[in-house]
Design a binder for this molecule. Structure first.
Ligand SMILES: NC(=O)c1ccc[n+]([C@@H]2O[C@H](COP(=O)([O-])OP(=O)(O)OC[C@H]3O[C@@H](n4cnc5c(N)ncnc54)[C@H](OP(=O)(O)O)[C@@H]3O)[C@@H](O)[C@H]2O)c1
Length: 307
């Protein structure tokens, strides 16, 4: 499996990474429901095939599984990425320390703000981001960034030199990708009381203020806006990792087309897919390994104004 550098971080990852946070309709994480040893075996199987990028988050409940897998390998052979949803600096440091303990490691390769939707939300969570920058200075983290869940957040990255990399939702269909058209809940997700009260609201009100974003693909011009923004981010030498390549499984019938599409994007360093069995790992490795890869950074070609 081809290795690439994530932006200018010096972190070398496989072109294909493995996700451990695939959501089920029930709201549970598919990998968290797996037996600890079973997911550990799957992660080790992926590593054997060259997949060294393992993605998790404080919220996925897959730390026990990853700890079990890490126990059986040399720590430096794996690039571990995790994400935090804590609102401020103090809580982020607390969750980071729990993470180190739960994974039985003394550093994390990549720390991300989890699922940021808007510019305002990014500003409201600046304390949490500062915590990650501090941890990087202390040598406990190698690179920092965010996972984007909205076009506003994605665009803000262009104004933030401290951000090393981004996890961005990208696939050929436009399903499950970032948009600027968010429901009231997602626009106001940084408002503490709304988050707290959300669970108590009747279902009808919930679906009104938080319509399901993934049932419709974003329009073609919005898709272009996302990819142009990603080209621009990439031209700033930041790393880009694609996610939702199969739109949470909605593109499973077109898996080959979906993987070939992302594999062909010159501004995507690497991409993670939630793979739940060995067959998916084998299939996806084979598609990625046979793809034509032109990963040389060519800034003039990637300038969105020349695109
Ligand atoms: N905010 C964030 O930062 C965020 C949020 C969510 C997830 N993530 C990360 O991104 C990762 C990827 O997202 P995801 O898992 O939600 O979605 P995804 O990678 O787009 O889709 C995963 C689904 O694709 C299917 N699949 C994989 N390989 C296949 C193949 N060869 N043929 C047919 N189907 C195949 C599997 O479906 P089956 O069920 O049929 O096996 C799996 O459930 C997550 O695991 C997580 O690590 C990040």
């Amino acid at each position: 499996m081809k290795r690439v550098e994530l932006g200018k971080t010096g972190i070398e990852v496989s072109r294909l990474g493995i996700g451990t946070g695939t959501g089920l309709p029930s709201g549970h994480c598919a990998q968290a429901l797996m037996d600890k040893k079973e997911l550990a075996r799957l992660l080790l199987y992926a590593l054997d095939r060259g997949i060294n990028l393992w993605d998790t988050a404080f919220q996925y409940n897959t730390y026990p599984h990853i700890k079990e897998a890490l126990r059986q390998v040399s720590r430096k052979d794996v690039v571990l990425t995790t994400k935090f949803s804590a609102a401020n600096e103090k809580e982020t440091i607390r969750d980071f320390n729990i993470t180190l303990k739960d994974l039985n490691t003394d550093y994390i390769d990549v720390c991300l703000l989890h699922g940021v939707r808007t510019d305002t939300e990014l500003q409201m969570r600046s304390g949490a981001f500062n915590a990650m920058v501090k941890l990087k200075k202390e040598g406990k983290v190698r690179a920092v960034g965010l996972s984007s869940h909205g076009l506003g957040a994605l665009k803000s990255i262009l104004e933030m030199p401290e951000i090393d990399l981004v996890w961005a939702r990208v696939n050929y269909s436009g399903l499950n990708m970032d948009t600027g058209c968010l429901g009231m809940y997602d626009q106001m997700a940084s408002v503490y009381w709304l988050k707290k009260c959300y669970k108590l609201l009747p279902e009808g009100v919930k679906s009104l203020i938080r319509p399901k974003a993934n049932t419709q693909p974003i329009p073609e011009d919005a898709h272009k806006e996302v990819t142009d923004t990603l080209k621009h981010i990439y031209s700033q030498s930041k790393g880009i990792v694609g996610m939702k390549v199969l739109a949470e499984g909605m593109l499973r019938e077109d898996a080959e087309k979906a993987i070939k599409y992302v594999n062909s994007l010159p501004f995507v360093d690497s991409f993670i897919i939630g793979m739940l069995n060995k067959k998916e790992i084998d299939e996806n490795c084979s598609i990625v390994n046979t793809g034509i890869l032109s990963k040389e950074r060519n800034m003039s070609m990637l300038n969105p104004h020349n695109a």
